[in-house]
Design a binder for this molecule. Structure first.
Ligand SMILES: Cc1cc2nc3c(=O)[nH]c(=O)nc-3n(C[C@H](O)[C@H](O)[C@H](O)COP(=O)(O)O)c2cc1C
Ligand code: SF4
Length: 386
């Protein structure tokens, strides 16, 4: 759908061949010049991440593809892995070449176990075609292979340091950062962790060049982006649109003219109401890893908020008290509000608590809870829906 630049046809191996025509350092420069920012949500510049991993010292380095895709409403990585696995795996090989890694992992969401046999078959074919293994594509000294590991269904294991803990065989609990994975990741070695879509885009950038990518989108958010659109719209699905597309444009594309609110960025994202549908889907405006959930006028937004707080309460790893207990308190507050048993002072206290949880939590799960809490509450109080 949409522009079909990332999801369009691809000749397996093209990205690796293009990268091997360059010096390792020039691959990093190309990715930096493209303006590519990570598609897992935080939007960290990919070229900078690869540059740091390349410069870090370590007897081994690792490439990790974050295929945990746990954010509610996100399913674009599943589409990439189902239909464009060559593009993703080639992107990992390009990263390995750029940073000097010999081993890569795909951390695959447990619920995507059904993709495993096909993904393994693609890896096997890549080995036969010498796109994985020793002296890849005839390049002396470029040895790299990929192993797939299955997650077990914990949302927090999508956070990169918890993911690495899980890869190492421990409970998936976030680490204190710094050090960041680029200097001390898997087994304490430099590790580049990127989202599935980020690797797919890196392949396209090798194939088509930095300028092709940087010319699309906005100054701070280059290129195309995949959006997983669900909820109250005629045509839910995965859409490929330039960064900077307005929410209005997206809603027209998916057939959702009746929408009163849109949750952008999943449970940890922001609820945007109709009066602000001219805002743009970009890191400098409404940032998103790609989840867009559309709400029509019949929806009760407090049900949505309760659902998200319930989700976070379940998924908190429990390491920090503000997240473990604070979000549960927010959930109970929303339930009281639904029953009409919450005073204006209680509501003010909950808003303050939500901000405290965000500033005192160790990882993005607790840190981001105020965004949905405050924005959905505001949307409800504006009376945009039921
Ligand atoms: C609670 C939590 C869950 C996350 N889940 C995912 C995920 O499922 N997939 C993903 O790519 N990034 C996820 N992230 C972001 C990762 O920590 C990390 O920023 C990302 O994998 C880096 O890749 P990128 O730079 O290509 O975006 C999550 C972060 C948090 C805090
Ligand atoms: S913020 Fe929540 S999920 Fe993150 S480390 Fe603390 S308790 Fe665990």
């Amino acid at each position: 759908m949409g522009a079909q630049m990332v999801l369009g046809p691809y000749t397996p191996g093209a990205a690796i061949d293009a990268a091997l025509k360059m010096k390792r350092s020039d691959v990093v420069v190309t990715v930096r010049e493209s303006g590519l920012r990570g598609r897992g949500g935080a939007g960290f510049p990919t070229g900078t991440k690869w540059m740091l991993a390349a410069a870090a010292t370590g007897d081994e380095k690792y490439v990790v593809c974050n295929a945990d895709e746990g954010e509610p409403g996100t399913f674009k990585d599943r589409v990439l892995l189902s239909d464009h696995a060559d593009l993703v795996f080639d992107g990992m090989a390009v990263c390995a070449y750029a940073i000097g890694a010999r081993k890569g992992f795909v951390y695959l969401r447990g619920e995507y176990r059904y993709l495993l046999a096909d993904l393994e078959a693609t890896l096997e074919r890549m080995r036969e075609e010498n796109r994985l293994g020793k002296s890849i594509a005839g390049k002396d000294g470029f040895d790299f292979d990929i192993e797939i590991r299955l997650g077990s269904g914990a949302y927090v294991c999508g956070e990169e340091s918890a993911l690495i803990e899980s890869l190492e065989g421990r409970r998936g609990e976030p680490r204190i950062r710094p050090p960041f994975p680029v200097s001390a990741g898997y087994l304490g070695r430099p590790t580049a962790v990127n989202n599935v879509e980020t690797f797919a885009l890196a392949s396209r950038i090798m194939e088509k060049g930095a300028e092709w990518f940087s010319e699309i989108g906005t100054d701070e958010s280059a290129g195309y982006k995949l959006f997983s659109v669900s909820g109250d719209c005629e045509n839910p699905g995965v859409y490929e649109l330039p960064m900077g597309t307005s929410i209005n444009e997206l809603l027209t594309t998916v057939g959702a003219e009746d929408a009163v609110a849109v949750q952008v960025g999943g449970a940890s994202g922001e609820m945007v109401t109709r009066d602000a549908f001219n805002r743009r889907l970009a890191f400098e405006d409404v940032a998103t890893g790609g989840s867009v959930i559309v709400f029509g006028p019949e929806r009760n937004l407090l049900d949505v908020l309760e659902n998200f707080m319930d989700f976070f309460t379940d998924e908190s790893c429990g390491q920090c008290t503000p997240c473990r207990l604070g979000i549960r308190r927010l959930l109970n507050g929303v339930r009281d509000l639904k029953k009409g048993a919450l005073s204006a002072d209680d509501l003010k206290m909950l808003r303050g608590l939500s901000k405290s949880v965000a500033i005192s939590s160790k990882c993005g799960l607790g840190q981001s809870c105020d965004t949905p809490f405050a924005s959905i509450l505001d949307a409800h109080l504006k009376g945009v829906a039921q």
